[in-house]
Design a protein around this ligand. Structure first.
Ligand SMILES: NC(=O)c1ccc[n+]([C@@H]2O[C@H](COP(=O)([O-])OP(=O)(O)OC[C@H]3O[C@@H](n4cnc5c(N)ncnc54)[C@H](OP(=O)(O)O)[C@@H]3O)[C@@H](O)[C@H]2O)c1
Length: 342
């Protein structure tokens, strides 16, 4: 009797009960909000308010870098920018997949100014050698789209010693953006960085456990945590680099049927078969953010379907967590071997 009372006490301690309730609420709120908004029906509903003229701008002479441009949303973004006349640099890890995507975009859009840059975004060293190579071109960068993303279900460590999802989604995004700042400054005040996050970030607060070192590894949760970091970093960059006149925006594409989703989330993909957005619909807000006059956009904001979206769901208790961003930035700089900020 005593033993079972003790067990009961351990199982329902007030702290674990409240954590359980918060997590359940976050998952439920995310699921319901997502079902109503992130699917194809959500896109079609929101599209009723879209303005056709927003997408009719030509951007000849603008240099746009898109990471992960050979597939899914990155491919659709590169194509959307190329269609409007931009010079597009597709950053891909595979030369073969990159070349195939480039030639397909070139033949669909007739734009000859598309270039392939090979870089593995899970490697800080590779990003450094790409950015140094690219910087020698000395071209202004008007748009950097941090799109490449990873959702590995298992804990896989890169040769540089980082958990893979974190390496691509967070450390890669951070290093790439920081090292592109001089070229972005050359295009200021027209320069902007658009980071493709995910609605999945609504389900978690910002945490300083960047590589999921405590507790049992969960790839989907790690992905959501990474995506939350991207939103907090965007806010931070916007505040830190206000004087540089570069716009920083994060966004989420909703739920789109892409090779990445089919491979990483097969049961989700099956359950939502026929209800997911196309890659073009997922990329719509990325292209929109690249085309709008900056005065129309809110610095550091999170966008969805061509409008500013909340960064936190109601009662999800994630709101205060962004205060941890300074220590995350310090940690990322040290991992990427970048000089500490003054
Ligand atoms: N689809 C959705 O419903 C959805 C929802 C929310 C957020 N997102 C976000 O949207 C972005 C694009 O995802 P997607 O759905 O279009 O998936 P996808 O089809 O798998 O595209 C991901 C792209 O990232 C590239 N990539 C992955 N790891 C890389 C690395 N180490 N170095 C260089 N490139 C790398 C992939 O290259 P390979 O082809 O070589 O693998 C691919 O080109 C991601 O950031 C994802 O988190 C997607």
């Amino acid at each position: 009797m005593q033993h079972s009372t003790l067990m009961l006490k351990i199982k329902i301690s007030p702290r674990s009960l409240s954590m359980f309730l918060i997590k359940t609420w976050r998952a439920t709120a995310f699921g319901v909000y997502g079902y109503l908004n992130f699917t194809r029906n959500g896109f079609l509903e929101h599209a009723k308010n879209f303005k056709e003229e927003d997408m009719q701008k030509r951007i000849e002479g603008k240099n746009c870098i898109v990471t992960g441009a050979n597939s899914g949303i990155g491919y659709a973004t590169a194509e959307g920018l190329a269609l409007r006349g931009a010079t597009v640099y597709m950053v891909c890890r595979s030369k073969e997949r990159g070349e195939a995507a480039l030639s397909s975009i070139q033949s669909k859009t007739g734009n000859p100014n598309i270039h392939l840059e090979v870089c593995d975004l899970s490697s800080v060293n590779d990003i450094k050698s790409f950015t140094s190579r690219f910087s020698s071109k000395d071209v202004p960068v008007h748009v950097l789209v941090n799109n490449a993303g990873s959702l590995e279900q298992n804990r896989v460590v890169t040769p540089e010693g980082f958990e893979t999802n974190f390496a691509v989604n967070v450390l890669g995004t951070y290093t790439m953006t920081e090292l592109m700042l001089p070229l972005l400054e050359k295009a200021a005040p027209d320069a902007r960085v658009i980071t493709v996050s995910s609605g999945g970030m609504y389900s978690v607060p910002l945490t300083t456990d960047l590589q999921f070192s405590s507790g049992k590894f969960d790839g989907v949760e790690q992905y959501a945590r990474n995506k939350r970091v991207q939103v907090a970093l965007t806010e931070k960059w916007s505040e830190m680099y206000k004087e540089k006149a570069i716009g920083f925006y994060s966004m989420h594409p909703g739920w789109a049927e892409t090779p990445g989703v089919t491979k990483s989330l097969p049961s989700f993909s099956e359950r939502f078969a026929g209800k997911l957005r196309t890659s073009e619909e997922g990329a719509d807000t990325v292209v929109w953010l690249a085309l709008q006059p900056k005065e129309k956009l809110v610095p550091g904001a999170f966008y969805f379907d061509r409008a500013e979206a909340p960064k936190h769901l109601k009662f999800a208790a994630t709101g205060g967590s962004h205060t941890a961003v300074d220590s995350i930035v310090a940690n990322l700089r040290s991992m990427a071997n970048l000089p500490p900020l003054n």
